[in-house]
Write a protein that binds this ligand. Sequence first.
Ligand code: DGY
Length: 318
Amino acid sequence: MKPKILISRSWPDAVQQRLAMRYDVTLNETDTPLTIDQLKAAMTRYDAVCPTVSDKMPAEVLSTPDARVKIVANYGVGFEHIDLEAATAAGIVVTNTPDVLTDTTAELALLLMLMTSRRAGEGERELREGRWVGWRPTHLLGRSLAGKTLGLVGYGRIARATAQRAKAALGMEIAYYSRRRVADEDSATYHDSLESLAAISDVLSLHTPGGAETHHLIDAALLSRMKPSAILINTARGSVVNEAELAKALADGVIAGAGLDVYQGEPKVNPLLLAAPNTVLLPHLGSATLETRTAMGMRTADNLDAFFDGKPPRDRVA
Ligand code: DGY
């Protein structure tokens, strides 16, 4: 009998077709988020559940009595929406999809850096709203990135891919802060504190996982250490930033701008951020290319195949 698997959202066609060849697949044709009750029911009906970063899998779901699910194969690299301790206690394997979204997310970090530093969001809004009165020497002056310092908070795969692009394409200097200094730094300058990195960065870009350890790492105190001309970029997780304090810092001119792709209460966006000046706000598009979203699905399928072949899945996180 084919293992029964639940795909929580709509995935690229090529992946859904591959999965259908080996598994008894239930698709989510409506592409709407599953409720906690639906996920709890799924725990007793399927051999595998495949959530995405927008499906919370708390202990309440993972410890459902008489669960049939043996593997939660997450479609995405971040897994703070899954209670790993509860999964382990219930004997459930959890996997994610690293590597395949590194380059795409780094591209988006650069997009936000450029859009924010060159005030592209403001310019586009002005033009579309019919407020543009023509070229003039002091219209919407931004700042160049060439020769400026990109400070990376966290120095994992995505941070390093962002650094390489910022250096090669924009001529930026690279600095980073992480809990441990890495051996192969790629001529980046290490800072042993976030405060020291914030003080010298022209662009501060966040690349840490979400979760308790990084919750509101960027708050009013940290923002006050930054240069008034600096911008903040977040392609990591919304919970890393205290959004109300960021909005106030933007309104008060403590920093010059922010480019954000992730939010604490997604898909809701703090109204204070919507009203803040010089923000570029994108709807969590970091990995949103057909190539990458297909690769993420294929990687999830690889993990499922290994598990159901009785082999260790490559991307096991619990
Ligand atoms: C992930 O996979 O965790 C990303 O946030 C999706 O873009």
